[in-house]
Design a protein around this ligand. Structure first.
Ligand code: CDV
Length: 312
């Protein structure tokens, strides 16, 4: 029997620091309603979807806790979970997680997967946490390492009504390990949320490539690991910083099947043919037949220094 899953990438425009959580949640509920009315069965929201991208600032200790979620759902985020149940559509959402472990506060850049019954069904904590703990001269301030520990859950894969789902956040999408680990764990669909500045002061020469470097790793990751990907940006001018959009749904062929046209709240939907995964595996990526994991390490070990060239 053919297998399909209709995916929605729910891009948001900026979430300004002055916005209330309740206002932001109402925007997300409206996007989920649009996705459901377009036939989507599973939606993805951006990284840190509930707040501004606060790692762009050095914050005072007293300001920090208000930007994290101590529980998901909490009283303010509950309407999103209720909407999922009412509409019969699941979602993944990025948020700042604050959790007590053995009497110690721990903070992660996290993503939660919620089923169409409105119940939590999985959690991921961002593995590739970029930036620094202190502002560094000559670079755009990006202090994720000040506010988040690296994830401690690896790359888990969750069952979603018979489809295997993996999660990833922003910088993770640039790393081949993300897709390969998820693929090896059996993922069929990867949901990604991101906040990517349009301009990095350390690399003005790369400014015109920001969108290319957004899509390139996702298209390659989808193709080489035979995955569907749905990726949602937080876009537009957020608290003075321009964020790229380009939310998209990528097929296991590496093609972009659908893409956002704005830098605002926008829903991108595509009916994903899950059988395309097997078709792409059969053509190029029959891992059991052609992949040689036992030999790759051997080759690196044996390589040693490059051999000196001697003319015959
Ligand atoms: N939020 C991110 O992870 N941003 C990173 C960069 C800009 C530090 C990204 O890869 O888009």
């Amino acid at each position: 029997m053919a297998r399909w899953l209709t995916l929605a990438a729910c891009q948001t425009g900026p979430v300004q620091r002055a916005s209330t959580r309740a206002h932001t949640v109402a925007r997300l509920v409206a996007l989920l309603e649009q996705a459901a009315s377009a036939g989507a069965e599973l939606a993805v929201f951006p990284e840190l979807a509930l707040t501004t991208f606060f790692p762009r600032w050095v914050l005072q200790p007293a300001e920090i806790d208000a930007l994290y979620e101590a529980e998901m759902p909490g009283p303010v985020t509950q309407p999103l979970y209720d909407a999922a149940r009412r509409l019969g559509i699941g979602f993944a959402i990025g948020f700042a997680e604050r959790v007590m472990v053995d009497g110690k506060v721990r903070r992660f850049n996290s993503m939660e997967l919620v089923g169409p019954d409105g119940q939590r069904s999985g959690r991921y904590r961002k593995m590739h946490v970029p930036g620094s703990t202190e502002p560094e001269a000559g670079t755009t301030v990006h202090l994720e390492r000040r506010y988040f520990e690296p994830g401690d859950l690896g790359f888990p894969v969750f069952d979603y009504g018979g489809t295997r789902i993996g999660l990833a956040l922003c910088n993770d999408r640039r790393w081949p390990e993300t897709y390969r680990m998820l693929c090896l764990a059996g993922a069929e669909v990867v949901l990604i949320g991101y906040n990517t500045p349009q301009m990095l002061s350390e690399a003005p020469a790369l400014a015109h490539l920001r969108m290319f470097h957004n899509h390139l790793p996702m298209q390659a990751g989808a193709y080489q690991n035979t995955l569907w990907i749905a990726a949602a940006a937080k876009a537009g001018l957020e608290d003075g910083q321009a964020l790229i959009g380009g939310s998209c749904i990528v097929a296991p062929t590496g093609e972009i099947a659908a893409q956002a046209l704005s830098l605002d709240d926008e829903v991108v939907v595509h009916r994903a043919d899950l059988d395309l995964i097997a078709a792409c595996q059969a053509v190029n990526f029959d891992f059991a037949r052609y992949r040689r994991p036992n030999d790759y390490g051997l080759i690196v070990e044996r390589a040693g220094p490059p051999a000196a060239f001697t003319s015959p």
